[in-house]
Structure formats: C-alpha cells, structure tokens
Design a protein around this ligand. Structure first.
Ligand SMILES: NC(=O)c1ccc[n+]([C@@H]2O[C@H](COP(=O)([O-])OP(=O)(O)OC[C@H]3O[C@@H](n4cnc5c(N)ncnc54)[C@H](O)[C@@H]3O)[C@@H](O)[C@H]2O)c1
Length: 371
C-alpha cells in the first residue's frame, strides 16, 4: 500500500522530495535526516507520485523522475538512482505561474514556457487516484494556486500548500475544504532547519529570558529559480507577510513595522540551491542594557523543505483515514509558516505528535511514539 500524491510544480522542491522518497526506500540501519521515521504505518518510501503538472517545455511530457533533473532545476542530487517507470508530467494551466521579468535571464536559469494545451487538472487527479496534491508553484502565483485548490475540491483530493498563497489560513477556503470533507495543510512550508524556525527560536529565547527585542532582520540570498522569481517585488507581498508573521508571533509584543525586516533579499546565480540567511536580533536585558546577536545559516534550500513535506503528506493520509476535514491545526502549526493558528514550535510539535498518536492504528502507536 502506498500514499498516492500529485505534484503541481516540478521544480527544485519536487526534485528533493522525489529523491528523498527513493533514498528512504533503501535499507538504512538508522534512517537519518527525518523528524519522524514512521508516522502511523507509513515510512517516507511509502509515498508514490501518481500525477504531476508543470508548464516548462523541458519538463512537460517527460517522466517525472527525469523531469526533476531538467534545467532550470539545480537542487543537489543526493540520490540519482530512480526507477524509469514514473508518470509523465502533464501541462498545467499557466495562469500567473510565470513572472514576466524571467525572460531577461538566460534559459538555463528560468522557466521556458511550453506551448502545449493544458490538461484538466481535476480530471487528471481523478484518473490518477491521487489522495494528496502537493502544491509547489512559484511565489506570487495567486490565481494558479487557487485553481489547483479548486481542482482538489472537485476531485476529492487533500491539499498540501507549500506556497505563501493563503488557502488553509483563509477562513473561506478552510470552510470549502471542510464542506467537501477534505483535509488540508498550509500555508508556506517551514523548512526542517531553515531561517524561519531558527529566527523563531531566537525570538522565543529572547522573550523567555526577559530580553526585550527592539529590532531584527533576516536577509536571505539564493541562486535557484525561487529566488530568481522573487526578484519581482510585486510577487512578494504574501511571502514577506508570511515570513514576518512567523517571527512576530513569537515575540511578547509585535515589533513596529519599521523595526522588523524579513524577506528574500537577492538572487545570486552561482549560489544555485544554496540559501544563505543572515539574522540579526537586537534587544535590551537586565537594567535595559543592550545586547546584539548575529548569525549566518547556510543550507541547501530544497531538501530542507523535503524533510517537512514527507511528514505533512503522511499526516494528511492519517486525516483521510480518520475522516478529518478542513485545516489540520497542529500539523499546519508545526510544519507551516502561515498556519490557521500560530503556536510556539515546541507546543506545536507536542500537539502534532498527539495528533499522530490519536490517528494511528493501535498497532502503530509505539512506532509513532518513538519519533
Ligand atoms: N525550502 C524551500 O525550498 C521552500 C520553503 C518554503 C516555501 N517554498 C516554496 O515552495 C514553492 C516551490 O519551490 P521550488 O524551489 O520548487 O520552486 P521552483 O521555481 O524550482 O519550482 C516551481 C515550478 O513550478 C512550475 N510552474 C509554474 N507555473 C506553474 C503552473 N501554473 N502549473 C504547474 N507548474 C507551474 C515551474 O515551471 C517550476 O518547475 C515556492 O513557492 C517556494 O517559495 C520553498
């Protein structure tokens, strides 16, 4: 038995996720790099991609296990031995998925639009038997993300929204999924160990130790297509809101807008999928005496999100098995930057483990509890 997923957007994150699924199918004495080796009965290798959509001419029509290695994808290849019987990537509706400024950049760095006629996403989802759609579209693709969310409602598929377009955290969309009897998790994936979780932990630490944060920034650079896309400031509103709220929510009192600056900062092509975050936090401790903290985090961006999606998919499968509908509150709070309800990470982790245990079949409990 497998968990059947569909993917919208066969970019770097999809590449890392698919490599990871096959990597963890191999026997590892102690599986490393995972938050939960098992969730219920499910291991990461139990996930299977049954349907996929993209709009790039180098990906559409190709088997997905080949398409993930096509330009402009540049995610690190940590597992290249993939089966050659994977599903072909279908043409999706482009809508606002491709930013106009991309044409100014070389083709090997950007999306090159296919001229194929788009498939009906809802029809393809139904035909494939997909249970969960993982949405990996570019930042700013507001209409496209909503189109795929609608298609899930029509096809009866759960929705995992890795993009900062507000669906799970929007009460109207949440209600639509609830009424359709479908679970969803969102919005905007929080990486396994990325700038957001680190910045949240630092903000929480300052607050817990009675140090009042007076100002902070988080500057991020990278050289993948996500960073290239985010050079367009008009596509960034929801990304900046999502990343800023994720940190503001951890402070005793939110900072005035001019004292907090968080966002994607620049595109440095040679960095490829290496993202570098510079975080600075200033505050005042005992007697109002000032202190400052600076740190630099360097990560491979896309595997960092794969380590989280691999959990969120399995939580959605548990929700489907148990007939849950609407946003999964604990799972979204732990794994997403903009969940319906912000909860401190240690508490979100605890209630998500409770969710996993209460939704797992009896014989799977000890395994879930170990994680
Ligand atoms: N750690 C992380 O990498 C991380 C963390 C948080 C959020 N995210 C978000 O996840 C999303 C995916 O990231 P990525 O690095 O894989 O991006 P990417 O640019 O590598 O991939 C996006 C893919 O979507 C395709 N696409 C564009 N419009 C489409 C449409 N209408 N239908 C189908 N496909 C379409 C593109 O051709 C491309 O292959 C981004 O929104 C990113 O901000 C990533």
């Amino acid at each position: 038995m497998k968990i059947k997923i569909a993917i919208a957007g066969v970019g770097n994150c999809a590449s890392s996720l698919i490599q990871g699924i096959h990597y963890y199918r191999l026997p590892h004495p102690v599986p490393q790099g995972l938050m939960h080796p098992r969730i219920g009965r499910w291991s990461p290798g139990d996930i299977e991609v049954v349907c996929a959509f993209d709009v790039d001419v180098r990906k559409v029509g190709k088997p997905i296990n080949e398409a993930i290695f096509a330009a402009p994808n540049c995610a690190q290849i940590f597992h290249s031995e993939l089966p050659d019987d994977s599903v072909p990537v279908k043409m999706g509706p482009t809508l606002d998925g491709v930013a106009p400024h991309l044409v100014e950049f070389p083709e090997d760095q950007r999306i090159v639009l296919s001229e194929q006629k788009p498939a009906s996403v809802a029809e393809e989802l139904k035909r494939s038997g997909a249970e969960v759609l993982v949405c990996y579209l570019p930042v700013g693709a507001e209409q496209a993300v909503r189109y795929y969310a609608e298609a899930c409602l029509e096809a009866g598929v759960a929705f995992l929204n890795c993009v900062p377009v507000f669906i799970a955290s929007d009460p109207d969309w949440a209600e639509k999924f609830r009424r359709a009897g479908l679970p969803l998790v969102g919005d905007d994936i929080k990486s396994q160990l990325g700038a957001t979780i680190l910045h949240r932990a630092l903000a929480g630490l300052f607050s817990d130790r009675g140090v009042e944060v007076s100002r902070t920034y988080q500057l991020n650079t990278g050289g993948n297509t996500d960073f290239l896309n985010m050079l367009a400031r008009d596509r960034l509103h929801s990304k900046k809101r999502s990343k800023t709220e994720a940190v503001q929510s951890q402070l005793k009192a939110p900072l005035p807008a001019e004292q907090i600056h968080i966002g994607p900062s620049d595109y440095v092509p040679w960095q490829k999928d290496n993202k570098v975050a510079f975080i600075r936090v200033e505050g005042a401790g005992f007697g109002g005496v000032p202190l400052e903290l600076e740190c630099r985090l360097s990560v491979q961006d896309s595997p960092n999100s794969g380590g989280v999606v691999i959990d969120a998919v399995r939580c959605l499968k548990l929700a489907l098995e148990n007939g849950d509908a609407g946003p999964l509150e604990a799972t979204s709070a732990y794994y997403m930057k903009s969940p319906p309800k912000q909860i401190p990470d240690h508490e979100a982790r605890r209630i998500n483990v409770e969710f996993i245990e209460s939704h797992s079949p009896q014989e799977a409990h000890p395994i879930a509890a170990k994680s």
